[in-house]
Design a protein around this ligand. Structure first.
Ligand code: GMT
Length: 372
């Protein structure tokens, strides 16, 4: 670590999703570098597991009360004030503009001139899905502009933020790509005689289009015996299970539900499917690439910044399940091609998305806003 240790408050949604994973990994890495990290969240973040030196957790308790419908943002602001005061925080790093940057702004107003600085990382849903709707637009734009620094994981999200929010050009946004622990997410042995395997991992929200995953799989399965492993859970799970039953694929499709440790599932995969309607980055795709698994995805959002079409995977138009199935079949039928793409996927994850250099960029950003 260069420079004095910092005291950093990190806020993210603790649920199953890329933003919480990125926030947690940044915090853990900063703690290993000697900084003191205080997670201020509505629950323990998904991948924050057990005791870690220099890491503290402060739960935001949002009480339900009949007259008082949405207390989370205010309870968070109060907790931020409390933690900043007693732990002498230098900086809040919040993930998601709404409501986290809004709560942090309110906390800073309460704390006055000695308040911590504010770094906001946008992740996608807060801009491309919800943040630009009329009911949220003014507060999203305000909260971003009130931050001392703003980061995004892709050039796509940077452009979308200026365009969808009408954000003035003088509010700078820095692109710091998401990253992966390439030691943990690494290729491993494939069990001899194991079936060919396709994998998908998401929170089963409608925008993930898990139905398309099953459609692609059904087309591939007609040609070549294989299995589909689905990791995750969410609102579309029952509909997808019904579709699998209707297509007569129950024996070939495994629903694993939410999993903390799934590297072995990826290590045995021939292809990873991500046919989403929108992705600012696609962290799940990066985890697959790092394990040497080529990704077949829709050509939307920031996915082209993560997957190189024809080299580390295949990008196809949104909803083009026939073309996606064709791409998977190419991989399954041409072993030298699959091997070449697997090696390129792994090399790309190591060269372009390594964890420590990206965390160093966040640290540099903190020191810049702190003037140190
Ligand atoms: O995609 C989701 O449903 C989860 C969402 C989140 O907020 O956790 O993911 C967003 O942030 C991830 C980490 O930066 C990105 O990898 C995802 O692409 C992004 N999702 C969308 O843009 C829809």
């Amino acid at each position: 670590m260069s420079g004095e240790p910092l005291r950093i408050g990190i806020t993210c949604y603790p649920t199953f999703g890329g933003s919480g994973i990125v926030a947690t990994e940044i915090g853990l890495s900063l703690a290993r570098r000697g900084h003191q990290v205080h997670f201020i969240c509505g629950g323990v973040p998904w991948r924050l597991d057990g005791f870690v030196d220099n890491v503290f957790f402060h739960e935001v308790e949002a009480r339900d009360y009949p007259l008082f419908d949405h207390p989370y943002a205010l309870a968070l602001a109060s907790k931020m004030v409390e933690v900043a005061t007693y732990e002498k925080l230098d900086l809040f790093h919040v993930h998601y503009a709404i409501p986290h940057a809004t709560s942090a702004h309110l906390a800073r107003q309460i704390l006055g001139p000695a308040a911590p600085r504010l770094v906001t990382t946008l992740h996608g849903t807060d801009i491309t899905v919800v943040g630009h709707e009329r009911s949220f637009l003014p507060i999203t734009r305000f909260s971003i502009a009130a931050s001392d620094a703003v980061t995004v994981p892709s050039q796509y999200l940077k452009d979308a933020t200026y365009e969808l929010l009408g954000l003035p050009g003088e509010v700078p946004i820095e692109v710091i790509p998401n990253f992966v622990d390439t030691d943990e997410y690494a290729p491993g042995p494939r069990a001899p005689g194991a079936p060919r395997r396709l994998v998908h991992n998401s929170n089963f929200r409608p925008l993930k289009r898990v139905g398309d995953v099953v459609e692609v799989f059904a087309r591939v399965h007609r040609e070549i015996p294989c299995e589909l492993v689905l990791i995750g859970d969410g609102p579309d799970r029952s509909t997808v299970e019904l579709k699998v039953r209707e297509l007569g694929l129950t024996r070939a499709v495994k629903f694993l539900g939410k999993q903390l440790h799934f590297v072995e599932v990826l290590q045995g995969a021939d292809a990873f499917l991500l046919p989403s309607a929108s992705e600012s980055f696609g962290l799940a795709a990066l985890e697959a690439l790092s394990c040497g698994v080529p990704v077949v995805a829709s050509d939307v959002g920031g996915l082209a910044e993560v997957i190189t079409d024809g080299e580390t995977g295949f990008l196809r138009p949104l909803g083009a399940v026939d073309q996606m199935a064709e791409a998977v079949l190419r991989l399954l039928r041409d072993e030298p091609l699959r091997l070449r793409m697997s090696q390129a996927a792994r090399a790309s994850a190591i060269a372009r998305f390594p964890r420590e250099p990206m965390v160093a960029r966040y640290e540099a950003c903190y020191r810049r806003v702190l003037g140190r």
